[in-house]
Design a protein around this ligand. Structure first.
Ligand code: GAL
Length: 678
């Protein structure tokens, strides 16, 4: 994997700064204005052509590149680099009309109609063939264009078409299954088909898990999710192969949608195929208590996906989006602080959707760098201010971030925990991982977020680098992951495992003999029965804290210290929080119930203290702290006050936001600093 900051950005001082640029929506006069305003804002990178297929190829095999030639020439003349899209994200009307079978079918068997975007079936041979012809034509046309800096494959693959249930997809699913299992008896064993008379005698009998009369086979559903992720990756790789052949030196990316919910593509595994990791992130109001905490988590996870290397923020919003029930606009200053939160966490570029706010179409009410009001607007003035700041921050390009604490997450586990028939549908992998991240951030400790899939073969090495490893609700834990966690503990990493972790293997088979099968020996805890709690029901512990959501009947081995037990109900007397000292000098902790943030912070602080994990810097107040370090020893401390109280931070150096020398920081609510330390 290359870093975004390497090579691609040659000759520039600042960080990458720009947007999706959709000039085809505007007359030529507006495009001239665009180039002038981009220069004013310091824009140096734009993604062009993302939704332009119908204009670039108005009918099969007739290409019209004239307008795009002009756009690229003008951008280059203005010093703006281009991330050129392969334009395959949204198929043209002629394709849907002539080959309706290339449109996707939903789980209920309904084929979508043309008139939106990304309506194609990921397994469609026609779509594959037509899209690759377009990619070939584009790559050939622009191979030598001096503005071309990066290829942008498709757009958010799988955003609207993650799964297709048509016959062609089902056939492809069967091929994938046959590749995975070899013979159908292996599939029968993996899917536990002795249950409910689901035994297969040939792969030909297997269906995509569409509409069924009641609960589906959970492993079939999980395999279909794996297949669907692989199928879209196949499209990405097919486009990439064409680009690599024609322009071997131009890096290729595709914009991920990494958010805390871990859907629907396994980006841990996808990242292994990327030249540059890029991500899109939007604040989701209503879904989270702290949407900006979710931003921080997602940015840390994006760095985890990028194996710790700098990445590119391909899209976020200057203000409101248009796809939530109420689209909250950003108050003055928030756009800058949110951008810095991404940069703090490893982004070496900050781009937006989109450059100029559309006048028509489904995204006319989505904010942009140039709003409907035009350049004479606070929003555009903020954009100009951000551009100037990102230019000054160019010195930290290529620097990296690491924390003492890692949180282990897994896309496939999140899919498994989304199943229909688990002990409680209230327990979701992403929820607890996000809460733990938020508590560590508030405690100024911070955390890296490490996805299982990004480290095939060397997960143990990666995990062993941390003082503390948190394993939150890792229900699905395959043998390799379980071994990697154990190996890290044996190498001296202190491990905290929470409830509902290590329960089933990669095929969703229960690890028998007492839960949590994958970690029972490590933790010295054996759970006999789960007692999930109904909404609003709590269970007191004997240390005064209160559990909710989850309790269990458990016992602890003799060498395990029981730090808290359930004090009431069916689980009274059973251990709820335990610690065991390991021969490596590390400790293995188990938290068997869900506790509030205050109690969670106490537990995390105790584990961190045992492990000698250090805060990012000494500070008081609601300040988000992240340090980026360069290989030559330079470092930059990001301090973002996202709270409602003032904050203080111990640091010395030059604040690149204000340009002032600082010796200790006093940050008012909403204020941000980036201190070059020393
Ligand atoms: C992204 C997408 C963009 C735009 C944006 C709006 O998911 O890639 O094209 O639709 O959302 O928030």
């Amino acid at each position: 994997m290359r870093r975004w900051s390497e090579g691609q950005h040659a000759g520039r001082q600042g960080l990458a700064f720009g947007a999706d640029y959709n000039p085809e929506q505007w007359p030529v006069e507006v495009r001239r204005e665009d180039v002038r305003l981009m220069a004013q804002a310091g824009v140096n990178l734009v993604s062009v052509g993302i939704f332009s297929w119908s204009l670039l190829e108005p009918e099969p095999d007739r290409f019209d590149f004239g307008w795009l030639d002009d756009v690229l020439d003008d951008l280059h003349a203005a010093g703006v680099d281009v991330s050129l899209a392969t334009a395959t994200a949204s198929e043209p009307a002629w394709l849907a009309q002539r080959w309706p079978e290339a449109l996707r079918v939903d789980a209920a068997g309904r084929r979508v109609v043309f008139g939106s975007r990304q309506s194609w079936c990921p397994s469609s041979p026609v779509y594959r063939e037509r899209s690759l012809k377009l990619v070939e034509a584009l790559a050939t046309r622009y191979a030598e264009h001096p503005a071309l800096r990066l290829w942008h494959v498709s757009n958010e693959l799988g955003c609207h078409n993650p799964h297709c249930y048509c016959d062609v997809s089902a056939e492809s699913f069967r091929r994938w299954l046959s590749g995975r299992y070899g013979d159908v008896e292996a599939l029968n064993a993996a899917w536990a088909t002795a249950f409910w008379s689901q035994h297969y005698t040939s792969f030909e009998q297997v269906q995509a898990p569409g509409s069924t009369s009641t609960f589906k086979n959970p492993t079939q559903v999980l395999d279909f999710a794996r297949f669907s992720s692989d199928e879209l990756l196949g499209q990405h790789l097919a486009e990439k192969e064409v680009l690599r052949r024609i322009t071997p030196d131009v890096p290729v990316t595709t914009n991920f949608m990494i958010g805390s919910q871990l859907n629907p593509l396994d980006y841990g595994r996808w990242a292994l195929e990327q030249d540059v990791v890029s991500n899109d992130h939007y604040l989701i109001h209503g879904a989270y208590d702290d949407p900006r905490g979710e931003l921080a988590y997602s940015a840390d996870l994006t760095r985890g996906v990028a194996d710790g290397q700098p990445w590119l923020l391909m899209e976020h919003s200057t203000s409101a989006v248009n796809w939530q029930p109420v689209n909250i606009a950003k108050p003055a200053g928030q756009m800058l602080q949110d951008s810095l939160s991404h940069v703090a966490r490893g982004a070496d570029g900050v781009c937006f959707f989109q450059w100029r706010q559309s006048a028509g179409g489904a995204e006319q009410w989505h904010s942009a760098m140039v709003p409907h009001a035009g350049e004479d607007s606070e929003r555009f003035r903020e954009v100009v201010e951000l551009g100037a700041l990102l230019d000054r921050l160019g010195e930290l390009r290529g620097s990296t971030v690491t924390h003492d604490v890692a949180i282990l997450v897994d896309w496939q586990n999140a899919w498994a925990m989304g199943g229909e028939t688990l002990p409680s549908d209230r327990v979701r992998h992403a929820d607890l991982a996000l809460r733990i991240h938020g508590v560590l951030r508030a405690a100024h400790l911070g955390a890296d977020v490490v996805p299982v899939g990004a480290h095939p073969g060397d997960l143990a090495t990666v995990l062993s680098r941390y003082r503390v490893l948190v394993v939150p609700t890792l229900y699905l834990c395959d043998d390799a992951t379980a071994a990697a966690v154990r190996a890290a503990a044996e190498a001296g990493t202190h491990v905290l495992v929470t409830y509902l972790s290590g329960i089933v293997d990669g095929n969703l088979r229960v690890r028998l003999g007492g839960y949590p099968g994958a970690f029972r020996d490590l933790l010295g805890v054996r759970v006999e029965e789960f007692h999930p709690l109904a909404d609003g029901v709590a269970c007191e512990l004997d240390d005064g804290t209160v559990g909710d959501l989850w309790t269990e009947i458990a016992t602890a081995a003799d060498d395990v210290e029981v730090l808290a037990s359930y004090a009431e109900g069916a689980t009274a007397g059973c251990p709820a929080l335990t610690r065991r000292d390991l021969p490596s000098g590390a400790s293995a902790w188990y938290l068997g119930t869900s506790v509030d943030d205050e109690a969670l912070e106490r537990v995390l602080r105790e584990v961190c203290a045992a492990a000698g994990a250090r805060p990012v810097a000494a500070a008081q107040g609601p300040v988000d702290l992240v340090r980026r370090r360069a290989a030559d020893g330079r470092s930059w401390l990001f301090a973002l006050n996202h709270g409602e109280e003032p904050a203080t931070v111990q640091t010395r150096g030059v604040d690149l936001v204000s340009g002032q020398d600082v010796d200790g920081l006093d940050l008012e609510p909403g204020a941000s600093a980036v201190v070059r330390e020393g």
